[in-house]
Design a binder for this molecule. Sequence first.
Ligand code: GFB
Length: 333
Amino acid sequence: MDHTATDRLRRMTTSAPERPVLFSLAGKRVWVAGHRGMLGSAVVRRLAAEDCEILTADRSVADLRRQDEAEAFVARARPDAIVVAAAKVGGILANSTYPGAFLYDNLMIAANVIEAARRTGVAKLLYVGSSCIYPKLAAQPIVEEALLSGPLEPTNEWYAVAKIAGIKLCEAYRREYGCDFISAMPTNLYGPGDNFDLASSHVLPALLRKAHEAKRAGAAEMVVWGTGTPRREFLHVDDCADALVFLLRGYSDAPHVNVGSGEDVSILELTRLVAGVVGFEGAIVQDTSKPDGTPRKLMSAARLRAMGWSPRIGLEAGVLGTYGWFLKHAAAR
Ligand code: GFB
């Protein structure tokens, strides 16, 4: 499936909000911070179906790690709403290799954008966190209340601390200043626009590249990091973008909201699925010198489901579409 087909699939499956509209997007100026990233670009695609004006700012216009640049941009652009999808992200290896950059960049982006929104009187802000904010050994499926109830997973605690600070800043500004700032916690995302670089990517795009290259080279095996037993939940980025727009419109409260598919798979099961999509028939070999990370990360989807939203893109169809995108945009690199 190519990118256009993915868009078509999303349009066909976009859920209509069943909740009362608390924040109408009609005629509004919505800044998608981080519009070049996988999630930000999916939010831009999703908002294109709405009657709103989409604002973007390249890093050359506003480096969001710099307070003066973030504040000057927001004061100039005067958005009615902001989706904070800007972040320094990466897989398990990148997170543990660059703890300083993951902590500093994400802390600064959160603080600068949220404070700029408060100062300028932005009516609505949606801060995007991550499922890694939860304790390493949280009871599964992980409910929102599990936040700060135990120690974090060491491979990504730096990123998690920054994301927790962003959530808490939204909550604090709601309490102290009455700002309508909300937070959403997506699970592991994948889809068009993903990072397929093996040193910095998440597992799903890494497996697609590895299976593709092993098949092309006629290799007998492909290597999977760790034991293959950790379990992860995956959500297509277009589903996530749809959920974020749903929350932007219909949610206005202090607690953050999980955004997930409600289903998880082991890394080995995922590898078999990816190998099947790519057509790689060789052996799957584990490299146990690489970390497993948290043993299981399945979030409870109950809160968002109860509001009337559910995902539409199944894992196999989503992986197929993402492989199509990879072949067109990233395979040769
Ligand atoms: O997706 P991933 O890098 O991050 O790894 P996390 C998930 C699991 O897949 C780990 C295994 O058990 C990895 O060891 N894995 C197997 C691989 N083969 C590979 C491979 O080739 N590449 C990669 N990257 N993994 C991240 C956090 O955690 O999840 C971030 O570090 C963020 O902070 C993100 O929250 C969503 O799921 O472990």
